[in-house]
Design a protein around this ligand. Sequence first.
Ligand code: ADP
Ligand code: MG
Length: 444
Amino acid sequence: MKFRELGLDNRLMKNLDHYSFKSATEIQQQAIPVALAGKDLLASSKTGSGKTLAFVLPMLHKALKSKAFSAKDPRGVILAPTRELARQVYGELRTMLGGLSYTATLIVGGENFNDQVKALRKYPRFIVATPGRLADHLEHRSLFLDGLDTLVLDEADRMLDLGFAPELRRIHNLAKHRRRQTLMFSATLDHAEVHDMAMEMLNNPKRISIDSANAHHTDIEQKFYLCDHLDHKEAILHRLIEEADYNQVMIFTATRSDTERLTAELNKNNLKAVALSGGLTQTQRNTIMSQFERTVFKILVTTDIASRGIDIANVSHVINFDMPKHTEEYVHRVGRTGRAGNKGMAHSLVGPKDWDSFKRVESFLQQDLSFDVLEGLKGKFKGLKPKKPAFKGKGGKPVKKATAQKKVAKKSVKRDKTFHTNVAVGDAVFIPKKKTPPKVDSDD
Ligand code: ADP
Ligand code: MG
């Protein structure tokens, strides 16, 4: 379907033509008419399928065709979970604003608050923001949302994972015009928590799901390798990079410190790598992203901070040095490649500490995943046995509590050994469930 058939304003059509966007992707074909009809939307489609334009175009069309509810308040606010994604969406919005008389601003954490207050005093018509910093401005009364026409939540599930529910709720409660339209997008929206938030924030939404998150992304070839320990993982990583015919690579690790360590290793081998994590200043983060986009660096070593939304056409390979803690992040990490119909390659390294995450990914994808072996790099690790249910004796009969507790205690000692004798498989320290989980590399 051509964009022409969607009935978008001519000024937007001109901008689409300028960027040679002719045919609408499937999510755009389905979501744009619903959004243009003024309905709330809960929409999912695979990574790299053009969700950004699916919300940017109807938001701008509506602004062009209708009167604003307020002269000062923004007409559209787009929220994204990370600063890098917000910046990228802002860039895409700006391209579609070409030739229009609208202003827009980017409001993210890590940047000067007062400069943002000054920018907000100029009453931008559109704002792209991370939820924490936008909520701070609402608190500070540098911004009001009473007249907001359209609220977009990009990667809505990730914002909830990162603990932004209170900020989203505050923004929702303050953007209370009865004709406000709300659009939620992600490749993964099947959480109960997303459903609850959607019930709260959306008004009788239309649900569009192009293909489920666990549907196989046919443009991305996905391979898995069993690893014994950290050195083994590093040997496999180096071999994969050595043998890959890559343009650019994104490597994901579990911790900030591993991004630095691996980057140093790669650079020692004369590979042009750079580390990106939430531990850096925002200026450093901006410089690194811009350099990676301009291919100054061929390899970006990062955490889940960059798992969502980042759209860099040259990323031909993704390597999961560690499996992600959140299953959905697997889908998003590998989705940094194979975008807009291109082919991509994703390799995942699975050590003892990654095993549980790997099994969860396998069940999420509803596939039996097999392992590849690299010549000369076959290890000993074959996976962990499934855990037996506690408090069950032979034949599934319950055993006396005292005996059962002894057995469980014995088992946990055994399990600890598996996790600690090989000293860290490049993963976060193993913390048993129910204690505080390792801190995710998050944003505000
Ligand atoms: P998603 O949010 O679904 O992961 P993006 O919105 O980031 O995907 O889009 C992925 C890439 O596809 C971007 O580079 C974007 O410019 C491009 N794209 C979007 N819509 C179209 C289209 N209709 N035709 C061609 N390319 C498109
Ligand atoms: Mg996106």
